[in-house]
Design a protein around this ligand. Structure first.
Ligand SMILES: [Zn+2]
Length: 80
């Protein structure tokens, strides 16, 4: 049985989808946001994803999504 390497899981801050594509430049460029942004194919969110170490952490993240959403909303209010 092959050992599975640790794989980062990136999840959307808004909808917690993992269907993300990298964004370089774009609307974040002028705001000084580092080019680590992603665009969510599910909800069109553009910004920093939540980066989790593995699927278990992703499950924990889903449980905590309400808190994280509130937190990210606060950040976005300051950016915009
Ligand atoms: Zn999303």
């Amino acid at each position: 049985m092959p050992k599975v390497d640790k794989t980062d899981v990136k999840a959307c801050l808004r909808c917690s989808s993992t269907d993300l594509e990298p964004m370089y430049g774009g609307i974040g460029f002028g705001l000084g946001i580092p080019p680590t942004n992603v665009r969510c194919r599910n909800c069109d969110f553009i910004g920093m994803p939540i980066i989790l170490d593995n699927d278990k952490d992703y499950e924990k993240f889903l449980e905590q999504i309400k808190v994280i959403r509130y937190f990210s909303y606060q950040i976005w209010c300051r950016l915009l």
